[in-house]
Each structure stands twice: as C-alpha cells, then as structure tokens.
Design a protein around this ligand. Structure first.
Ligand code: AMP
Ligand code: MG
Length: 405
C-alpha cells in the first residue's frame, strides 16, 4: 500500500498543469486562479496627497523651536485640487486625499493650529514633512502586484483596482464529471425498497465540487454493470479533465471500477495506506484524470479532501490552502492499529489562553456520517501510532467549511 505522500507524489507526476487561460473582468475574477502575474501600470498614490485634514505648507517656512503664522490663500479638496502655486509665507486648507500642491511638502493636522480666517497660527512643535503620502508609496509603476498562480481573493480585487487594472488573465475552469456506482442506490424522492439505500455520495460531491474553478457534470448513478461502466467512463473522458466515481473500487465481487479503468485506460495505483479511504483507484483514460473513490460516504469526503482536492489544485496550478498544521491536547482515548494513517473525526475547541483541545466526535466507522457532520476537524494519526491516551498531543486538520463549536 502507498503512503499518502507517495500517492500524492504519483498524482502530481501524472498531472499536467492546465495551461489554458481566459481574460475576465475584475468582478468576475473573485476565486479564480490568476494565470499571468499582474504588474502595476501606474503609481499609487498617483500624486502626492494629504494623509490628514489640516493645512499644507512648505518646510522652508518652519524654524525649529518657533511658532509662526502663514497666510491662508486657498484650499485643496479630495477630487478638486488647488490649482495655484504656494509662495513663501503661504499655506492652504487641505483635506485627506487631496493633492498636495507644488511648493508644499508638509501638512499639519487642523487640531494643532489656530485660525482667524486670514492667517493660520502654527505652534512651536510644528513638524516638517509630515502627513504627506508620497507618489508610489503603496505601489510603484511597473512593480509586481500579484504573483501567478494565485487564487484571487477580495483583498486582491481591491489591490488590482487601486492600480487601475480592470481585467485579469485567469485559468480556464477544469471540467469535472462525477457519478455514483452501485445496484443498491436509489434517487432521492423515491421510497426505499429492501436492499436499497439513498445515493448520498453524489450530494456530498456536488457540495465538495462547488467552486468557480470547476465546471461540473453530475452523471447520475451507474449500475454495477461492466458494459455500462465502460461506456460511461469512455464517454465522460472525452469531454472532461477529471472523472470522479464512488463505489465499486474495492475487491468485492461487484467492484469493477479498477478492472474497467484498466481496460479503457491505465491504473496508476488503487490502494492507499489511509483510513478511511484505502481502496482508491487513480489512473487516466487518455488525458482525463480518473479517481475511483470508495463507496462509504465518510471515505468519499476524506479522500476528496486529502487526494482529489490537492490533485485539482495541481491541475489548476495552485497550492492547497489548508496547509497550516495545528496540534491539540486530546481529551478522548482513541483506538488505532498500526499500518495506516488515520483521519478520525474530532471536535476542536480553544480555551481563553488560546490552547487547543480535541475530542472524538463519536463512532468512527466509514459509514457513520453523523459523527463527521458533528466534527470540525480530523485528528491525524500517523501510520505507526497504536492509539492515543487522554492528554496526549495530536495533530489536527480543520475540515474546510465547518464551524467552530
Ligand atoms: P462499495 O465500494 O461499492 O462496495 O461500497 C461500499 C459501501 O458504500 C457500501 O455499503 C455501499 O452501499 C456504500 N455506498 C456506495 N455508494 C454509495 C453512495 N453513492 N451513497 C451512499 N452509500 C454508498
Ligand atoms: Mg458497490
């Protein structure tokens, strides 16, 4: 069995990063993957401007340790600059964001001066050169703003807009088709007959694949029928970058996924030393990446997070985002056998001093969805671990999109 690190290494090797890009307007760029680094076409600030409401003056009018007065000759408003030139002995009223006129190099806060309508009286402790934002102090023209590839967030939108950039080049979304396999699966809305269960995996995958960078096709349920599986695999591989199936990946009599993948494409590996999620067929049909996930619902979600999601990120050329490792004190006793890396469902809390504690969220069978739904993290137990006693330190990974309890 492959370790998860080796499995991810083989996936990375098998995947060619998508090169196709498209140009989108800034508002449509949120969450997309920037594919060409963005450079600043202008300086920001574009012109010198005031950081405070006050009065703009020249430092040559200041004598250290002496109060002085200057005649007030006009005003510079944000969006309405003063159009004259400041001479010796003069100052102007200025507001935050307004252009600092030629001849001035300093702004004093309005609270620090006295005004009689004609003259402004500056105090002894007036400081030269303050409260003026320099040209290019935030962004210099021609400088690198955002390095590609990067998932564009709200802050990036603000940064790009401040440099006047209205369009960016981003990765084309990747096409993902998914379906469930199994004779026992029933669609929602129909009553269950004996031997049947509801197809929950497709709903979880629908949620897991809800990302602006994926164009998703839900291909429904395929029966445990070799011919049907083959036809669907081949059809899906023609129009998609990635196929994800659930069920039929194990070694039971009706588990055909690996066999059919081998027939119409190639199997790279089909077992990983993790729990849940051991039977996982990874391979390719032509250029299409194939993931045959296990059938058990918890295994589907765990393998999606730890295997499929990083692979989709490789394909898009981004790094995985949830890579921060946390450690916590375990307040439950955890059973574990040596041999596989386990992802046990846990509830992570933090005390007032900032210390993390984690407890088991319940039964750990790979069919038990409720304990996963009640969890906010996985307790990650390494291959060699043979169980955890109360009070031991453990690694935890947050489950994306869950809430703190
Ligand atoms: P399999 O890998 O096909 O042997 O499936 C393993 C377990 O997962 C069995 O108990 C299946 O009934 C269950 N299972 C398979 N597919 C689904 C699905 N789409 N939704 C819920 N449970 C499933
Ligand atoms: Mg099955």
């Amino acid at each position: 069995m492959l370790s998860i690190e080796d499995a991810l290494g083989r996936i990375k090797k098998a995947i060619t990063m998508s090169k196709t890009s498209e140009t989108v307007t800034l508002k449509n760029a949120l969450g997309r993957i920037l594919s060409e680094s963005a450079y600043a076409p202008i300086n920001s600030p574009y012109e010198r401007n005031a950081a405070m409401d006050g009065y703009a003056f020249s430092s040559s009018d200041v004598t250290i340790g002496r109060a002085f007065s200057l005649s007030l000759i006009g005003a510079s408003w944000a969006g309405r600059p003063f159009d004259g030139l400041l001479q010796a002995g003069q100052c102007i009223r200025i507001f935050t964001g307004a252009v600092v006129p030629a001849g001035a190099d300093s702004v004093i806060m309005q609270e620090q001066v006295e005004c009689d309508g004609q003259y402004i009286y500056f105090p002894v402790d007036t400081v030269a050169g303050e409260h003026v934002r320099a040209v290019g102090e935030d962004i210099q023209q021609g400088s690198l703003l955002i390095v590609a590839p990067k998932k564009i967030n709200a802050i990036d939108l603000g940064l790009l807009a401040s440099a006047g950039i209205s369009e960016v080049t981003v990765k084309r979304p990747i096409k993902v088709a998914f379906f469930s396999t199994g004779d026992e699966l029933t669609e929602l809305g129909k009553p269950l007959s004996s031997g049947q269960i509801y197809d929950s995996n497709r709903y979880a995958l629908h949620g897991l694949l809800n990302d602006i960078n994926y164009t998703v096709t839900d291909m429904g349920v395929i029966r445990d029928d070799k011919k049907l599986l083959e036809e669907n695999f081949i059809e899906a591989s023609k129009n998609n970058d990635v196929i994800i199936t659930t069920g039929g990946a194990s070694v039971g009599e009706a588990d055909y996924v690996k066999e059919i993948l081998n027939k119409c494409g190639e199997v790279d590996f089909w077992k990983i030393a993790i729990k849940p999620g051991k039977p996982l067929a990874f391979g390719k049909i032509g250029d299409c990446i194939f993931f045959g996930l296990p059938g058990n619902p918890v295994a589907v979600i765990v393998t999606f997070q730890y295997i499929v999601s990083p692979a989709l990120n490789y394909l898009l050329g981004t790094k995985q985002t949830n890579s921060v490792k946390l450690t916590a004190t375990c307040t439950s006793t955890l059973k574990k056998a040596c041999g596989r890396q386990e992802y046990q469902r846990g509830i992570l809390t933090q005390d007032d001093a900032g210390n993390y504690f984690v407890s088991s969220s319940g039964k750990q069978g790979s069919n038990i969805m409720k304990s996963l739904s009640q969890a906010n993290c996985y307790i990650v137990l390494p291959v060699a671990c043979e169980g955890i006693q109360t009070g031991e330190r453990v690694f935890v990974d947050l489950i994306p999109s869950t809430e703190w309890l």
